[in-house]
Design a protein around this ligand. Structure first.
Ligand code: SF4
Length: 403
């Protein structure tokens, strides 16, 4: 970001003005803005777009109460950036049985959670049948919980294990209870950085093909981006372009959620990381470039709560989940925890009115009067990870602890 722009500042300002007014910008223009536009001007343009898109509710920023439920760490895909998985024959492998999973769902409901993210490795034995069984059991016991889980990578894996097409896999797990796909597995979509960090994962094109298929079958999703494993600025913008092109056809991506690489306990280690300024610039450029994606989420879990707050002024309208449980990103070193009262306070101190949202972004509870704020201190994000002192990824994790 310190390079000298070969564009004139007049050109940059004109592109920024067009983007701020809601005009579409090209990938080349996005790259120029991402590299050269002054940080505050970029944030200001992105915030203008956010305010215009949410005119009438632009004073609100949202959060959701959710629990990640990790069903196994066994994985055949061995991504280099991942600190969560264990090789299937390793003595570090664990799996959670259905009873344990249902208990975690029950705790989620008891704490006011509305969504679960079922998340795990590519277990060599888990085909479509495994997910059908678990999703139908969860829906039968807790029909009020939204199952916002998995992604194209899991579909690719489970359809291969079961010997069915991706379309059949999506249809069957949707019928069993999956409501929407999380954007898991997107990592970096362009070929070079994807191969460098996840050589055994499906290609970025295949990831998008499966998401497009899901959207066309009525299963919407979010989309994500893992920043800071050595990708170039041009590759970051190319990732956005690939998402925008699919979104032009399907409209099925509800949100875009960039998050930063965590360098502990994995094979890549500390080789590269994204700076917080780069993260804020990405939030802003995503808001400007992804004119067809409704929501941009700031990730406080990987970047810290203050950066999460700042992201609300750089185009983000949502701070994501309180995460009653998280074991994956925290295993790689993300140590930021929060709780419901703190998230409400963070949003309010960022100058916005906090609102608890549903998976589909409707406002469930708008906290417009501090006197009526919830005071339940059990709604706490709990990270259980080998990267945290005293932490463990053990299945007996208890969720309710002081943060
Ligand atoms: S990121 Fe997912 S697919 Fe890759 S190694 Fe980790 S658990 Fe497996």
């Amino acid at each position: 970001m310190t390079e000298t722009a070969d564009l004139t500042s007049v050109n940059l300002a004109a592109v920024l003005d067009r983007a701020a007014a809601g005009g579409r910008i090209t990938p080349e223009e996005a790259l120029d803005l991402y590299r050269y536009a002054p940080l505050h001007a970029l944030g200001s343009a992105a915030d203008a777009v956010r305010r215009k898109r949410y005119a009438g509710t632009e004073h609100i920023a949202t959060y959701i109460i959710e629990r990640n439920i990790n069903y196994t760490n066994a994985c055949v895909t061995a991504c280099k950036f991942c600190a969560f998985y264990a090789a299937p024959k390793s003595d570090k492998v664990w799996t959670r049985d259905l009873e344990d999973i249902l208990r975690r769902c029950e705790e989620t409901v008891a704490l006011g959670g509305t969504q679960i993210m079922f998340q795990g490795g590519h277990h060599p034995d888990y085909g479509v049948e495994y997910y059908e069984k678990h999703f139908s059991a969860i829906k039968q016991a807790y029909p009020q919980l939204v199952i916002h889980s998995l992604g194209a990578s899991e579909i690719e894996h489970m359809s291969r294990i079961s010997g069915v097409t991706a379309e059949e896999a999506i249809r069957r797990i949707h019928a069993a209870g999956l409501d929407s796909f999380a954007g898991a597995g997107a990592e970096l979509l362009p070929e070079r950085p994807r191969k460098a960090i996840a050589p055994l994962k499906e290609s970025g094109e295949r990831w998008l093909e499966i998401m497009e298929l899901a959207h066309n079958l009525g299963v919407e999703s979010t989309s994500t981006m893992l920043m800071g494993t050595g990708e170039t600025n041009a590759e970051r913008i190319e990732h956005l372009r690939m998402i925008r092109d699919v979104q032009d056809r399907t409209g099925g991506f509800r949100a875009f959620i960039p998050y930063t690489y965590q360098p502990e306990n994995n094979h890549l280690k500390g080789q590269t990381q994204a700076t917080l300024f780069e993260y804020l610039r990405m939030i802003a450029i995503a808001r400007l470039f992804l004119d067809n994606v409704a929501h941009i989420q700031g990730s406080w879990l990987t970047t810290g709560k203050e950066v999460g707050q700042l992201s609300l002024h750089y185009g983000a309208d949502d701070l994501g989940s309180i995460m009653l449980e998280e074991n994956v990103v925290s295993s790689a070193g993300a140590k930021h925890r929060s709780n419901r009262m703190e998230i409400i306070d963070l949003i309010r101190k960022a100058g916005r009115v906090p609102a608890q949202r549903a998976t589909t972004y409707e406002h469930l509870l708008v906290h417009d009067d501090p006197a009526n704020d919830p005071v339940d201190d059990k709604v706490v994000s709990h990270l259980s990870s080998t990267a945290i002192e005293g932490g463990t990824a053990h299945p007996e994790l208890k969720i309710v602890q002081a943060s």
